[in-house]
Design a protein around this ligand. Structure first.
Ligand code: HEM
Length: 469
């Protein structure tokens, strides 16, 4: 049985010098043209498989035949040394505990939070407070990316604690304190070096400093969210604690210990806060570049009462289409979170896939491939709209080709959650303001190939000006 095709590279080093590690998705787009939708390469003896077709992704990750083999996560420094040996959802292999927590968390995000209403009402309140603050900044230069980064941390603090938090609170400080070292640790060069040589965490130097900082920030998070502070009776931490108590009552003991709860809290920083912040940064760059999109959104928003709620989403198909197009155009996690076949060698189609192959889903490549989306480099929400003005249904080809939050049992658990949050951000701000370019500063291009690199890409730095609508 043969291996999938792919670039051969140098002995031992493989593709180490040919892969642009800060923009892997762009290199993968080039290689896809030469080697097809399923190709493989090596770096320092490690096998990597790259998938660039939505149907192959579904077959690999979401069918009885293959899903069990290809839905583990790659072993890495972060999961072993920071996340207590993968006691979490994001970094853990797809075992029973991971699936149990994931199912409970999905139910919490997709049903409980929507039914209980307190969460999205409080997010809308946060946004209305922001509107009041922005009224003092009308016609001035505004660093909207920083403002929205702050807003996202407040929203996640609200999600975790069940209460609105302020920028001077311990919760805000501990969440924001973890983001920078976690982003630094996620950089390919730091993370792969520490994964290969974990003892470097103890040898004086940059990597030890980074690890020590991350551990210190982790302790802050733990003290804050699991420590002595008064805990509310709602929010994600409360839900996880209640799960533990229920399990103890039913089985006499529970494997959901504080490390597991902390694992889920830590997951939310790279998996929820950073993608949401970075998506919103691109949202504003798109809005500044496309005043006609803003106008169309505003036409729909003006039909709403002052108190926008998430139930209004279904009434506003153009805004729904804009959010989908934003996610496609940007594709915040361009190569997704790596999967792995840790349980053994596997066979896929006519190919043999060696044990421990790490699998990249080339999401950015798929979303910018003309076979799947017409005119893929343009921001065109209309592609998600049917002729009668409604949003296209789940069976429409553009919806089937949207894989922005992954497919199968490892798919994102915050997909509809983030759509609802972005909906409240867009509708509440555009009801009152026009977002305009800052004429004092050259506006960076709205070109997804040029978004800043990283595991989660972001808009380049820019300022804008808010004018009254
Ligand atoms: C625009 C925002 C977001 C994007 C584009 C995004 C994208 C993704 C992607 C591509 C994956 C990997 C899927 C796979 O492995 O096949 C993922 C996993 C995950 N996401 Fe998101 N995500 C977003 C927001 C969120 C939010 C807001 C949350 C939580 C509130 C969240 C929680 C998670 C978790 C826990 C996982 C790991 C699931 C698992 O390993 O089983 N994400 N996300």
């Amino acid at each position: 049985m043969t291996s999938p095709p792919g670039p051969r590279g140098l002995p031992v080093f493989g593709q180490a010098f040919n892969l642009d590690k800060d923009h892997m998705h762009l290199t993968f787009m080039e290689w896809q043209k030469r080697y097809g939708d399923l190709f493989m390469f090596k770096i320092m003896g490690q096998d990597f498989l790259v998938v660039s077709h939505p149907d192959i992704l579904r077959k690999l990750f979401d069918t009885c035949e293959h899903a069990k083999a290809f839905n583990d996560r790659a072993r890495g420094f972060m999961s072993k040394y920071v996340i207590h040996n993968s006691k979490d959802i994001l970094f853990r292999n797809m075992d029973e505990k991971q699936q149990y927590l994931k199912t409970k968390a999905l139910d919490y995000f997709e049903n409980q939070l929507v039914e209980e209403k307190w969460f999205y009402s409080a997010v809308a309140e946060e946004m209305r407070s922001l509107v009041s603050e922005m009224e003092c900044l009308v016609d001035k230069e505004v660093d909207i990316v920083r403002i929205m980064d702050t807003m996202v941390i407040k929203i996640m603090g609200l999600l975790l604690t069940g209460n609105r938090i302020t920028v001077s609170s311990r919760e805000f400080e501990s969440l924001s304190g973890f983001i920078k070292p976690a982003n630094e640790m996620a950089k390919v060069k730091n993370h792969s070096t520490l994964t290969k040589l974990p003892m470097l965490r103890k040898i004086p130097g940059n990597l030890k400093n980074l690890y020590d900082t991350l551990e210190a920030r982790k302790k802050d998070l733990r003290d804050c969210f699991l420590g002595t502070t008064e805990q509310g009776k709602r929010g994600l931490v409360f839900m996880l604690r209640s799960l533990r108590v229920t399990m103890e009552m039913e089985d006499g003991e529970s494997w959901i210990d504080n490390d597991f709860i902390m694992g889920v809290v830590m997951d939310l920083i790279p998996a929820a806060i950073v993608p949401l912040q970075n998506t919103i940064s691109v949202l504003f760059l798109v809005l500044v570049h496309n005043p006609e999109v803003q106008n169309k959104i505003r036409e729909q928003v003006t039909l709403l009462k002052a108190d926008v709620t998430i139930d209004d989403i279904r009434k506003l198909p153009y805004i729904e289409a804009c959010i989908l197009e934003l996610k496609r155009f940007h594709t915040p996690l361009p190569v997704s979170a790596r999967h792995c076949n840790r349980s053994g060698n596997a066979v896929f189609e006519k190919y043999s896939i060696p044990k421990n192959t790490e699998i990249f889903s080339n999401l950015f490549g798929i979303h910018h491939d003309e076979r799947f989306f017409d005119d893929p480099w343009s921001f065109r929400p209309e592609r998600f709209m049917a002729e009668d003005g409604s949003r296209v249904g789940p069976e429409h080809p553009v919806m089937k080709n949207m894989v922005v939050t992954g497919v199968g049992p490892r798919r994102c658990l915050g997909s509809t959650f983030s759509e609802k949050v972005i909906f409240l951000v867009v509708t509440i701000l555009l009801k009152y303001f026009r977002i305009c370019p800052n004429i004092q500063q050259e506006l960076p291009p709205c070109d997804p190939k040029k978004f800043t690199s990283g595991v989660v890409t972001k808009a380049p730095d820019f300022n804008c000006v808010f004018q009254l609508a």
